[in-house]
Design a protein around this ligand. Sequence first.
Ligand SMILES: Nc1ncnc2c1ncn2[C@@H]1O[C@H](COP(=O)(O)OP(=O)(O)OP(=O)(O)O)[C@@H](O)[C@H]1O
Length: 225
Amino acid sequence: MTGIGARHDDGPPGDRAVLAAAGIEKTYRRGVWPARRRVRVLRGVDLALAPGEVVGLVGENGSGKSTLMKVLVGALSADAGTVTRSGRLGYCPQEPVVYERLTCDEHFELFGHAYGLTDQAQRRARRELYEELGFERYAATRSDRLSGGTLSKLNLGLALLADPEVLLLDEPYAGFDFDTYLKFWELVGERRRAGRSVLIISHFVTDEERFDRIIELRDGRAVPR
Ligand SMILES: Nc1ncnc2c1ncn2[C@@H]1O[C@H](COP(=O)(O)OP(=O)(O)OP(=O)(O)O)[C@@H](O)[C@H]1O
């Protein structure tokens, strides 16, 4: 792999980790008694992200990638294991979580407020994101009137707004056209050079060259690839 900048060839991040998970287990319970069954998805996942690393999280459909990411951000509780984070966290879920009646601008204002950004900082970051991802013309459009691709840009933009130290992206480019897909990787490269860490769920073999490291979820465990 060539990655998109300097590589980390010095093994697992260990003490330098900005995000570390140890022994994560998760079982879902489905159905109602007597047809109740358990789906054991994560069986002891260990994972660590160092500053400035861009790591791919891969695995077949249903292997538990989204489940793991939800546990890492704290949106879902694990049955066992620990997650340690340092710094600000940005999360781009697979399904955009937006308010249908709010415009793109209003989303940035709301999230900027939630992140504790000053108005000035929020406006500056918003302007840059509109430009980088090319959706400024939708600034005043309500989110329920956006196309799927533009909605994905808003979803990603909101995760990037506060320039988080750790960025977790669940298939962030669903619906992106090719130009936007390339811009997305430029944007990841910039974050990386700034020492930010990024974990990306990916299904594309073509992405593999862009990661510093790839972790595969297999049989409920994380294995290096
Ligand atoms: N809320 C839930 N309740 C019950 N089972 C669930 C729930 N969420 C996910 N699952 C099951 O857990 C397993 C892992 O799902 P998950 O979405 O984490 O996989 P994934 O690797 O992200 O899949 P994909 O590549 O298709 O996005 C699947 O069998 C899924 O059906």
